[in-house]
Design a protein around this ligand. Structure first.
Ligand SMILES: *Cc1c(COP(=O)(O)O)cnc(C)c1O
Length: 487
């Protein structure tokens, strides 16, 4: 076999310890089936503290809002309710879930597309509404007036920021109101002063670029001034999510993999993907075309560190850090991390059903799951699963690296868990498990469905008590310890 090209997942202590307990993982899948989702509620609490530490370092007030859409888990949301974090919900169901998990309305904000039922429940209970457009404001104000609801606290979400002087322009978004139309928005807010109270100005940009985000943040501060000039008293600048996750343990592996992938597309080495799939790259008469459509899986400046970097960027108009700009104006800073707040918070397990070699000599591993159960490929995140050998498997001296394509349980040509050859330290055998680590953010349950009447994964919460791993069904988890229960 060719030299293995590993993409080893980055594992912190808690997740590493879980994956280092094969007996526990095999007992769980034996009892609850495959695929199986595991979440680690204590990790999300730790992640909240890491974000809060950035606020503290820059002496900023404001709040961490968890973007609920990253994971449907109840355990994560209930554990979060027991921390200082707030929550960002984007559907009626998520709002009901947050309320029922222990979040009081003053700790909830509604973002994204909203229906009238969501707006009514938000206004009825006192949940903040992050308004997408003037139309949404009219709808909300109308509900408040007709149902005699308390004044609704609102933020306005803006888009299409432009920086003065430089050429940084933020990417077009289908959400938010172009900042150029702020005057119209403030006119409407003035008209609805009896039913709404403006508490903040917001953006959310799905981009990696720090410069783009700095432009938007500074744009928000300018809008805050305009609001004040018009007699409004908003306090918060809400900079949304998109802080990102560092998925890989080793940057050199990522460099080696992507350059070998390029060579494979150009035909300079044996293929690394099923039928020459190029992840956006292609060869035209020996010339490389296209662009690599992958998440930058090795991303050391991500999560809280990315926030720290953003706040340290110097403001184009002031020449001082953005954090200083916020501090001087006494603005609160709200952040809405989704993916980054569930970093290291879970894994998806799947049983190996079959291992076979194609006539071309390729190893194909069929798993008891399908591509929608762990949507790494769909999101362009390349990261190896961890092989969890079955208990009693003969101990193999040394390693026996194997390159394999992972396929799913759907009667569908396209059901590939990975369209690339994944290198594993040993050739898997029937009954082994593959653990897809660090998949709590979007990969675990965002796309899962019942195609072919296949079961969707059960979800459990795992936690350590007295040095060993314990678990319960996700829906049965509450953030109280066993000793408290029996007291
Ligand atoms: C999706 C979303 C987020 C979270 O984005 P991440 O990339 O997961 O951090 C935050 N705010 C809004 C409005 C969103 O739509």
């Amino acid at each position: 076999m060719t030299t293995p090209l590993y993409l080893t997942p980055r594992l912190e202590d808690r997740l590493a310890s879980l994956l280092d307990d094969p007996d526990f993982l095999h007992r769980l899948t034996h009892a609850l089936g495959s695929p199986l989702n595991i979440v680690l509620p204590d990790q999300i609490a730790e992640n909240v503290e890491r974000f809060r530490a950035v606020h503290d370092r820059h002496r900023l007030s404001g709040t961490v809002y968890y973007a609920h859409k990253a994971n449907r888990s109840s355990a994560l949301v209930r554990r979060l309710a027991d921390t200082p974090a707030h929550i960002d919900i984007a559907s009626l169901g998520e709002l009901q879930h947050a309320l029922g998990s222990g979040f009081s309305p003053d700790r909830i904000m509604a973002t994204g597309p909203k229906n009238p039922e969501l707006l009514w429940l938000a206004a009825r209970t006192g949940v903040s509404v992050n308004l997408d457009s003037v139309d949404e404001l009219h709808l909300l104000a109308d509900l408040v007036t007709r149902h005699r609801l308390p004044k609704a606290r609102v933020l306005i979400r803006l888009s299409d920021f432009e920086s003065s002087g430089t050429t940084v322009l933020t990417k077009r978004s289908r959400f938010g109101t172009p900042v150029g139309r702020i005057g119209m928005f403030l006119d409407a807010l003035e008209k609805h002063r009896d039913s709404t109270e403006l508490t903040g100005v917001a953006y959310h940009l799905d981009t990696i670029g720090l410069a783009e985000k700095a432009t938007a943040l500074e744009g928000c501060v300018r809008v805050m001034r305009e609001c004040a000039a018009r007699g409004f008293r908003p306090r918060a600048v809400d900079i949304g999510g998109g802080f990102g996750v560092d998925y890989l343990a080793d940057g050199a592996q990522w460099e080696a993999y992507t350059s070998e992938l390029t060579n494979a597309v150009l035909g300079k080495r044996p293929p690394l993907t099923w039928q020459g799939h190029g992840y956006g790259l292609r060869s035209e008469a020996g010339t490389l075309r296209g662009a690599l459509g992958l998440y930058p899986a090795h991303r050391p400046v991500s999560g809280p560190r990315y926030l720290d970097e953003l706040l340290s960027q110097s403001s184009a108009s002031l020449g001082r850090p953005l954090a200083t700009l916020l501090l001087e104006n006494l603005h609160d800073l709200h952040v809405e991390p989704g993916r980054a707040l569930v970093d290291q918070c879970g894994a998806v397990l799947a049983r190996v059903l079959e291992v076979r070699d194609t006539p071309e000599g390729e190893c194909v591993v069929r798993l008891e799951m399908n591509a929608s159960d762990v949507s790494l490929e769909e999101h362009g995140v390349l990261m190896d699963p961890v092989l969890v050998r079955r208990p009693g498997a003969p101990s193999t001296a040394g390693t026996n690296p194997t390159g394999a394509y992972l396929i799913g349980n759907l009667c569908l040509e396209a059901d590939f868990i990975t369209r690339r050859m994944v290198f594993l330290p040993h050739r898997p055998e029937v009954g082994d498990l593959l653990a897809f680590a660090n998949t709590a953010g979007y990969f675990m349950d965002f796309s899962a469905d019942h195609a072919l009447h296949q079961p969707i994964a059960r979800k459990v919460a795992a936690y350590r008590t007295a040095g060993t791993w314990d678990w319960c069904l996700d829906e049965n988890y509450w953030p109280i310890s066993r000793t408290e229960e029996s007291r």
